[in-house]
Design a protein around this ligand. Structure first.
Ligand code: ADP
Ligand code: MG
Length: 339
């Protein structure tokens, strides 16, 4: 019998990898906004049609790419962000896997237009299902415009698995809120089917929270700040009387990356104990800064889970910092008039 093992063609390997990176329109939105942030953009505009099923476009004014890099960016494991294994333990960028663009281009019809600020002309690339259709010089604004049409056009089964527009849009807004909270110094906007649903001017974290969740939050936020040898913690927590019945407004960021961590969530909830009815969820937007060598963010492709070396100590720090902030607020209560 002859040998039977073969290497998969790139297009197939990319499609398989895409299954992990691009589960739905919102996951592409996350990857593309993170790329714009890594590119040093000050302005990031997101345009979606039909909850991203028809179009997702991100326009940034970041560093742009050279002609060669523009083509390279679609190769799998191609990244400008790390070079060697040690770099994995000192990650300060949002991306580092070099998988997002290859994955997206494997499952959508993509048009990239990009120009570095120092270049006169830019590059435009059209790529569909991992196949480059055209690459040419073009005139375009400095920075990058990335548009992807018809997600899963070549995988009907996965396209059929997408949820309703309302549900997919909810996921997109979740990602948009997370990343815009983490970057209040950048301008963000979100257009859906021709309508601007978020317009977030550059400002402070407090202003960003208010822009996202409404003016009433101006009076509802208590600052949290704690500096220790292990972590620096800062952000805002909501006054207990405004806690809601759903957990929509709870955000942890580690080194500016949104994470889900039931254990640390518990630390916050524990600090609120007795101040709140059970089954209520206060707002919190908390940023943990930690030496990257003490965490492992490489546990999952979407990078929303992190392993901490000193989990128990971090729990204690968060719990006591939140308690102290709540205590200070209770000692000198402010009088609130609900709008
Ligand atoms: P990663 O972000 O993990 O490096 P990606 O596949 O998301 O991998 O992107 C590949 C490379 O393409 C990046 O490392 C970066 O050099 C370049 N790139 C992607 N998006 C942008 C952008 N908006 N502006 C400038 N460069 C970009
Ligand atoms: Mg990336």
């Amino acid at each position: 019998m002859s040998d039977i093992i073969q290497l998969l063609p790139d297009s197939v390997a990319n499609q398989i990898a895409a299954g992990e990176v691009v589960q739905r329109p919102a996951s592409a939105v996350k990857e593309l906004i993170e790329n714009a942030i890594d590119a040093g953009a000050g302005t990031i505009k997101l345009i979606v049609k039909e909850a991203g099923k028809n179009l997702i476009q991100i326009i940034d004014d970041g560093c742009g790419m050279s002609e060669t890099d523009a083509r390279m960016s679609f190769e799998r494991h191609a990244t400008s962000k790390i070079r060697k294994a040690e770099d994995l333990f000192a990650i300060r960028t949002m991306g580092f896997r070099g998988e997002a663009l290859a994955s997206i281009a494997a499952v959508a019809q993509v048009e990239l237009k990009t120009r570095r600020h120092e270049d006169e002309v830019g590059t435009s690339i059209v790529i569909e299902g991992s196949e480059i259709k055209t690459q040419e010089a073009c005139s375009t604004a400095a920075g990058t415009s990335f548009s992807m049409k018809n997600l899963f056009f070549n995988i009907p089964a996965r396209r059929n698995f997408l949820k309703s527009n309302a549900s997919e849009m909810r996921h997109i807004i979740d990602e948009f809120q997370r990343v815009s909270l983490a970057n209040p110094g950048l301008f963000f906007s979100l257009h859906h089917d021709g309508q601007e649903i978020f317009h977030l001017p550059k400002g402070t974290l407090k202003q960003r929270i208010v822009h996202l969740f409404g003016n009433s939050f101006k009076e509802r936020l208590v600052p949290v700040e704690e500096q220790t040898d292990i972590i620096n913690l800062k952000g805002f927590i909501g006054k207990p009387e405004y806690a809601k019945k759903t957990r929509g407004e709870q955000f942890f960021f580690v080194n500016n990356r949104f994470i889900k961590d039931p254990y640390l969530n518990h630390a916050v909830m524990n600090a609120y104990q007795e101040l709140m009815a059970t089954e209520s969820f206060p707002l919190y937007v908390l940023f943990i800064d930690i030496d990257p060598s003490h965490i492992d963010i490489n546990v999952h492709p979407t990078k929303t889970e992190i392993k901490f070396e000193n989990e128990k100590i971090i729990y204690a720090i968060i719990r006591s910092a939140v308690k102290r902030s709540l205590g200070q607020y209770n000692i000198t209560p402010t009088i609130d008039f609900e709008a």
